[in-house]
Ligand binder design. Structure first.
Ligand SMILES: Nc1ncnc2c1ncn2[C@@H]1O[C@H](COP(=O)(O)OP(=O)(O)OP(=O)(O)O)[C@@H](O)[C@H]1O
Ligand SMILES: [Mg+2]
Length: 496
C-alpha cells in the first residue's frame, strides 16, 4: 500500500471515530434532555391532577374527584384511575401484583386511543413496582398501544393513591387506587428516529469527504517526495554529477533530498577517483609496455637468438602487444566514463565504408570469407568510431572460429541498420545479456589464447550509446551469430 493510501486510511479512521463519538454524544445528550423534560412535565401534570381532583373541604387530604371537567384541565394527557375495592380499604393492603381493579375511571380522550370501556394495562411486574414505590414516588414506564395500523408510543407516570369516589356528596368509601397519566410521544420519537438517520448519513458523508480531502492533501504533501524520487530515478553511473532538487519545505523531504545529494557527491567522488586511477595507471603503463614490446621485436629481428630465446622473445612481444591493446581499451573506457567521448559526425557512405573495411581486413582474415551486402546510402556518423565497432565485431566473429562473415547495411525508415553475421559456434542464451559487461568472455580460456580482453564489446556499446543507437546479439548455438547495430538516421546535409 502506498504511503498516500496509508495516511488517508489512518487519518480518515481517526477522524471518523472522533466524529462518530461526537455525534453519538450529541444525540444521547439530546434524547436525555428531552426525556427528562417529558418526565418533569409528567410529574407537574400529576401534581396538578391531584390538586384539581381534591375536593375542597374533604376530610381526606388525598381525596380524588375525577370527572370529565377535571380531565379537561389536562387536555394533552390520557388519564386513568384504577380502583381496588379491598375489604380494609387500606392502601397497604394492595399487595398482589396480579391484582385486577374493581373499577376504573378514565379521561374521555382515551376512547379514541383504546376504545370505549377498555383500560390501559401495564405489565404485571410493573404493578409490583408501583406498589413498592408507594405514594411518595411516582413510577415511570412506557407503553405501546396499537391504534389501527399505527403503534402509538406512550410515556407513562403512575402513582399509588387513596381514592374516594364522590357521588356529589363528600361521603363514601376510600379505596386504594393507581393514578396513571400518559403522554403520546410517538411524534417526538419519530423526530428522533429521523434525526438518527440524518446524523448517520451526515457522519458517513463527512467521513467520505474527509477521506477525499486527506487523499488530495496528502498528494500535495508528498509531491516534493515524488519530485525527489523522479529525479533520483534518472541518476545512473553515467550522470552522477546530477543532483536531485532540494525542495524548500524545511521538513523531512528537504533533509532527505540533501542527504541523497550528499550520497551522490560521495559516490561521484569515489567513481571519479577510480576512473582517474584507471586512466592514470593506463597512461603510466603504456610507455614501458610499448618499450618492452619494441625491444623484444628488435632483439628478434636484429640479433640471432637461439630457438629457445626466440620463443621467449616472441612470447614477450605478443604479450606486450596484448597488454598494449588492453591498456588502450582501458583508457578508452575511462575516457567514456568521464563523459569525454568527442564525436566527430561526418557524412558516410555505407557500402563504400564497408568495402574499405573489407580491403583493410583482408590481411588478417586468413582463410575466412568476408562479404559485404546491402544498397548504398549515406548517413551521418563518426567514421573512425564506426570502423572501430565493425573491426571489433568482425574480429570477434573470426576469433570465435567463423569461416564466413557478412557485413550488411540497410536504411530502414528513420534507422540505419548495420549487421555482422557469422557462421561461428554461436553464443548460448545465458551469455547474450552479459556480453557487454567489462571483461566478460564466453569461453575464458579460448579467448585468452586469442588475446581477447573482454573489453571490446564494452567499447562498442559506449560508441553506439554515444550515437544514441542500440546494439544487440542474436545467436543460436551451432548456427552462428548476428550482431545488430541500429543508429538513428541523420540525413546528410550538403555543405555549401
Ligand atoms: N560473433 C561471436 N561469436 C561467438 N562468440 C562471440 C562473438 N562475439 C563475441 N563473442 C564472445 O563475447 C566475448 C566478449 O567479446 P569482446 O569483444 O568484448 O571481448 P574480446 O573479443 O574477448 O576482447 P577484445 O575485444 O577486448 O580484444 C568474446 O570473448 C567471445 O567469447
Ligand atoms: Mg572483441
Amino acid at each position: 500500500m502506498t504511503l498516500r493510501w496509508r495516511l488517508t486510511l489512518l487519518y480518515t479512521t481517526v477522524m471518523g471515530l472522533i466524529l462518530s463519538f461526537i455525534m453519538l454524544t450529541v444525540f444521547s445528550v439530546m434524547t436525555r434532555i428531552i426525556d427528562s423534560n417529558i418526565r418533569a412535565d409528567l410529574i407537574r401534570s400529576m401534581e396538578q391532577a391531584i390538586k384539581v381532583n381534591h375536593a375542597p373541604g374533604a376530610s381526606y387530604s388525598w381525596i380524588v374527584t375525577l370527572d370529565d371537567a377535571a380531565w379537561a384541565l389536562l387536555p394533552d394527557l390520557y388519564g386513568q384511575v384504577d380502583i381496588y375495592a379491598l375489604p380494609e380499604n387500606e392502601l397497604s393492603n394492595l399487595k398482589d401484583e396480579r391484582l385486577i381493579p374493581t373499577n376504573f375511571v378514565r379521561s374521555p380522550n382515551l376512547d379514541g386511543l383504546i376504545g370505549a370501556g377498555q383500560a390501559l394495562t401495564l405489565p404485571s411486574y410493573e404493578y409490583a413496582q408501583i406498589i413498592r414505590n408507594g405514594q411518595e414516588q411516582p413510577y415511570f414506564s412506557e407503553l405501546d398501544v396499537q391504534v389501527g395500523e399505527q403503534t402509538r408510543h406512550l410515556q407513562v407516570i403512575t402513582r399509588l393513591l387513596p381514592v374516594q369516589l364522590l357521588n356529589r356528596s363528600l361521603a363514601g368509601p376510600v379505596y386504594p387506587g393507581i393514578l396513571l397519566l400518559a403522554r403520546d410521544v410517538t411524534e417526538i420519537e419519530d423526530v428522533f428516529t429521523a434525526l438518527k438517520t440524518v446524523l448517520f448519513f451526515v457522519t458517513l458523508l463527512a467521513i467520505v469527504g474527509m477521506g477525499i480531502t486527506i487523499y488530495g492533501v496528502s498528494a500535495r504533501a508528498l509531491k516534493p517526495l515524488r519530485y525527489v524520487q523522479a529525479a533520483a530515478e534518472t541518476i545512473t553511473e553515467k550522470n552522477l554529477s546530477q543532483r536531485v532538487p532540494v525542495p524548500n519545505t524545511h521538513d523531512e523531504v528537504e533533509s532527505l533530498a540533501t542527504t541523497i545529494n550528499d550520497v551522490l557527491a560521495r559516490l561521484e567522488k569515489s567513481f571519479e577517483t577510480q576512473r582517474r586511477f584507471t586512466s592514470d595507471a593506463s597512461h603510466e603503463l603504456r610507455t614501458p609496455v610499448t618499450a618492452i614490446g619494441g625491444h623484444a621485436g628488435y632483439l628478434l629481428r636484429r640479433t640471432s637468438p637461439t630457438p629457445q630465446q626466440a620463443e621467449s622473445l616472441t612470447i614477450i612481444k605478443n604479450e606486450s602487444e596484448r597488454l598494449s591493446h588492453l591498456i588502450q581499451s582501458l583508457l578508452e573506457l575511462a575516457r567514456a566514463d568521464a563523459g569525454s567521448v568527442s564525436m566527430n559526425m561526418q557524412p558516410m557512405l555505407a557500402m563504400a565504408f564497408m568495402e574499405d573495411l573489407q580491403r583493410e581486413l583482408k590481411p588478417i582474415i586468413g582463410q575466412a570469407e568476408l562479404q559485404v551486402a546491402g544498397k548504398e546510402f549515406s548517413f551521418m556518423a563518426d567514421p573512425s568510431r564506426m570502423k572501430q565497432v565493425m573491426i571489433n565485431l568482425v574480429s570477434n566473429a573470426l576469433k570465435a572460429g567463423s569461416t564466413r562473415v557478412t557485413m550488411e547495411a540497410h536504411l530502414e525508415g528513420k534507422q540505419v541498420h548495420l549487421l555482422v553475421r557469422d557462421n561461428g559456434p554461436g553464443i548460448a542464451e545465458e551469455h547474450l545479456t552479459r556480453l557487454f559487461d567489462r571483461f566478460y568472455r564466453v569461453q575464458e580460456s579460448r579467448s585468452r589464447d586469442e588475446g581477447g580482453s573482454g573489453l571490446g564489446l564494452s567499447i562498442v556499446k559506449t560508441i553506439i550509446d554515444a550515437h544514441q543507437g542500440r546494439v544487440w546479439f542474436e545467436s543460436k548455438v551451432g548456427e552462428g551469430t548476428v550482431v545488430h547495430v541500429v543508429l538513428p538516421y541523420r540525413e546528410v546535409v550538403a555543405e555549401e
